[in-house]
Each structure stands twice: as structure tokens, then as C-alpha cells.
Ligand binder design. Structure first.
Ligand code: SF4
Ligand code: SF4
Length: 442
């Protein structure tokens, strides 16, 4: 039998920087004076408004319903007044339709329940519908609607469910704290997920730097359930689905393929906890756990933050150094540097990392490729980032996709991280992929 000591090929070991928040319990964040909710908070069609300006809403009420299969509803994170429906800023720099919601300061903020999903009585399709109605998307950062990910395509089957508690991104400790503090929700979530997918067994994958979480979950494993906890060595990007499947099962997901092609479904551990927490009450997601950390933050921690809380308010509450020079949503490897503090926390926000001037070097000078091969040794998918970088420079996008598997690249940034010539390889690949996608639809 394969042991958890095995891992995927290549990868890197950036400094983990998790010790300042991994021991800090999750704390509730206060309501901002104005909540800003973009309707597009997930991959797929944005939710469709069902309320109007001037309306009073109750916490948990649906504000916008799903608009098609690849879409989920948006729930009120707070009881309050819909002040305005107009454009709101997003992390991409584009404006999108959104809701400005003013909380009622004296309200009890009791949460409205919907249709509970009874685990024993519900069919797999009822559970998928319940997950969609709860507005759940991948909380690991991908924001892909979870019900769509769980739907097993005709002709395929799921034998193993993997719960992803890896959290390999430096600085972030959200999933770590969720595993330590929400084990009951996680195990209940797993039961819903096993029924929905038909999986015969579940493996919770955890990196060795969270041994306390692995020990706790092992201690509390429900009796007579085919659920196990496996600890894997620390290596970035172990949390990527394909890498984790290789580490835990020794299986390779084919190029351009999905986990279900090897009969596996992978779900993030915080998403699993939300399913276990919300479905028994028929509730929608209103808040999420976020790590706020980095050298520029005064009150670092793991916070339960209402969706729609403006980033500027978050930073005011935790206190930031005056010399702050860069704010990342997500971690430093796969997160995005924020250009506008008026954007808000959305369902896919897993962390906020703040750097001050000392940590952000001036952009290093880019030198020509010296063909050292370090990027090839780092790439977990055994792509050839050096060759892809050269092709990107000369705009040979089709060749990148057809001969060098560019579309398999999941932008982990390992190649850029190790490049001694500071070539911004991952930025080249992001841009090349978006050009290829645009050309396809043109
Ligand atoms: S960003 Fe893409 S090419 Fe670079 S190491 Fe990651 S998967 Fe490989
Ligand atoms: S790591 Fe940088 S310098 Fe080395 S082969 Fe790759 S692109 Fe070239």
C-alpha cells in the first residue's frame, strides 16, 4: 500500500511564515457600517437580483438567486437596508453590479433559516440542490460552485473523496484553524459529500506542519465510517488537486483531465465544514474564516468575517503599518496584489497578507534565460516553463498550448519563484492563457 510519505514530483519549499497565526483561535469580526456585495462572487453566471433599493432585508435572506446551473445565490450577511444597487469595484480592476447594504445597528442579527436538508432522507440530487441553495463555492480560493464540482458526469464514478486540508500557501492558516475548531462540521459535511458523490471512502489530506490538526481529527474520527486522515510532507503546491491525488493515491490525473477521470473528487476542508454547518438548517453562507497577517499587520489573526466587508474597513480594524506597500488577497504565491482598497471580502477570499516597504524589494531586474533548468525542476506538472517563456515572448501562443501544454499550467508560480534571472514566467503564462481563451471565443 502507498504510504503518505510519498509525494508528487518536483515542487518548492518557500518559507512557511505560518507561526504568527496558526495558534490564534478564530475570532468574530464586527459588522462594517456599509457592506458591499458584488453579484459576481463565483466562476460562472453572476447571481440575479431579487431585491430592490430601499428594501429592508433579514440576515440569511436571498438577495440574488442563481442564474443557471453554474451559479449560486447570494445571501444577506447582515440584517439591514439596501441603500443602493450600482457598480462596485472588484479585485480584477473592473466594476460590476453589486449591492450596498447598511446594517441595522440595533438588530438581533438572528439568521433566517431555509429548507433544511435531512442527511438520512435526502437523495444525492437533494444534497447537490441544498449545496447550491446555500450559495457554497470553493472556499480554498477557486470560487467554483461546489454543487457543479460534485455532480458526477455520466459514465464516471467516484470511489474516493479527498478532503483537502493541505493549505500549502505561505502565511495562511485558515484551514488549519477550521480543522482544529470545527471538526464536527467537517465530519457532518463529509457525510453529505459521501452521499452526494457515492464515494466509498474519504481521505483527509493534511501537511505535516499541521500535525495537531491531524491528531485531533484522527482522535475524533466517527466510528464505523470509511474516513481516514493522512499526513503528507510539506511541499508547495501540494494543495493543488492533481498533486494531492498523486501524493495520497499515486494516481496521475491526465493532461487537461479532472480528478473524476481517476474516480476522485477533491473538496477543500473549509468548504466541507460550511456544508456540515449550513445544510442541516437550510442556511446560506454569510461569513467565512480569513487569515489576516503579514509583517504590515498589527492584530494578526484568523477572523470570521461577514462576506461583503470592505477591505479598507478590515485593515482599519486590524491596524496596519504606515509603510504598507502591498496588500495581497490570498497568499503571496497564488494571491493577487490589490490595487484598490474599496473592494470587499468575497466568498473566495481565503486570506489577506500585508507587506511593508522593507519586504517588498524594488522589482528585480530581469535577465535573459541562462538555461539553468531550475524552473523545469520546480514545475509540479513537468512542463517546460523556460521554453514556454521564450515562446510567450515571441507571442507563439498556439504553439505554447498545442505543443507545450500551457493550458495545464495552474499558475502556481513555482517556476518564477526559483528563476535566478527573475523572469516573470507565471505572469507571461497568465497573459498567454487569457489571449488564447479570447481568441477561441472570437
Ligand atoms: S506556474 Fe505553471 S509552468 Fe510554472 S511551475 Fe506552476 S504549473 Fe509549472
Ligand atoms: S529558471 Fe529562469 S533562467 Fe533558469 S531555465 Fe528557467 S527561465 Fe531560464
Amino acid at each position: 500500500m502507498r504510504t503518505a510519505k510519498q509525494t508528487f514530483k518536483h515542487g518548492i519549499h518557500p518559507p512557511e511564515n505560518k507561526e504568527e497565526t496558526n495558534g490564534l483561535p478564530i475570532r468574530q469580526f464586527s459588522f462594517a457600517p456599509l457592506i458591499i456585495l458584488p453579484l459576481a462572487q463565483h466562476i460562472g453566471a453572476p447571481s440575479k437580483l431579487v431585491i430592490r433599493e430601499g428594501q429592508e432585508v433579514v440576515r440569511g435572506q436571498i438577495l440574488a438567486e442563481s442564474d443557471g446551473y453554474l451559479s449560486v445565490p447570494l445571501h444577506a450577511p447582515v440584517s439591514g437596508l439596501v441603500k443602493r444597487i450600482s457598480n462596485v469595484p472588484t479585485i480584477s480592476g473592473k466594476m460590476t453590479t453589486g449591492i450596498y447594504l447598511e446594517p441595522f445597528p440595533s438588530s438581533t442579527q438572528e439568521i433566517l433559516d431555509g429548507e433544511p436538508i435531512n442527511l438520512d432522507a435526502a437523495s444525492p440530487d437533494d444534497i447537490l440542490m441544498g449545496i447550491q441553495q446555500a450559495g457554497i463555492v470553493g472556499l480554498g480560493g477557486a470560487a467554483f460552485p461546489t454543487h457543479a464540482k460534485l455532480k458526477i458526469p455520466d459514465g464516471k464514478h467516484c470511489d474516493t473523496l479527498i478532503i483537502n486540508g493541505i493549505e500549502c500557501e505561505p502565511y495562511l492558516t485558515t484551514d488549519h484553524r477550521v480543522m482544529l475548531e470545527q471538526s464536527d462540521d467537517i465530519f457532518l459535511g463529509i457525510k453529505y459529500l459521501m452521499k452526494a458523490t457515492g464515494a466509498k471512502r474519504t481521505i483527509i489530506g493534511i501537511e505535516a506542519n499541521k500535525q495537531d490538526a491531524a491528531d485531533l481529527l484522527r482522535e475524533r474520527l466517527p466510528k464505523n465510517e470509511a474516513i481516514s486522515v493522512e499526513v503528507v510532507p510539506v511541499k508547495y503546491p501540494q494543495g493543488a488537486e492533481k498533486m494531492l491525488i498523486t501524493s495520497l493515491l499515486g494516481k496521475e490525473v491526465p493532461s487537461r483531465g479532472l480528478p473524476i477521470d481517476v474516480s476522485v473528487v477533491v473538496v477543500n476542508v473549509a468548504t466541507t465544514a460550511e456544508i456540515g454547518r449550513l445544510l442541516p438548517h437550510g442556511r446560506g453562507i454569510q461569513e467565512r474564516v480569513i487569515t489576516i497577517t503579514g509583517p504590515g499587520v498589527k492584530k494578526k489573526g484568523n477572523y470570521l468575517i461577514p462576506i461583503g466587508t470592505p477591505l479598507r474597513y478590515v485593515l482599519e480594524q486590524v491596524g496596519v503599518d504606515e509603510s504598507v506597500s502591498e496588500v495581497y488577497m490570498g497568499g503571496p504565491m497564488m494571491g493577487v496584489a490589490v490595487a484598490n482598497l474599496d473592494i470587499s471580502i468575497v466568498k473566495g477570499t481565503s486570506g489577506i497578507v500585508v507587506f511593508n516597504k522593507e519586504q517588498i524589494e524594488q522589482a528585480p531586474q530581469v535577465y535573459p534565460c541562462i538555461k539553468c533548468g531550475a524552473c523545469v525542476d520546480a514545475c509540479p506538472l513537468s512542463l517546460n516553463p523556460s521554453k514556454l517563456g521564450i515562446l510567450a515572448k515571441f507571442e507563439f501562443y498556439e504553439k505554447m498550448a498545442e505543443e507545450y501544454h500551457l493550458m495545464d499550467c495552474f499558475e502556481c508560480g513555482s517556476c518564477s519563484y526559483v528563476c535566478p534571472s527573475h523572469i516573470p514566467l507565471v505572469q507571461y503564462f497568465r497573459l498567454s492563457k487569457s489571449i488564447i481563451r479570447k481568441r477561441k471565443v472570437a
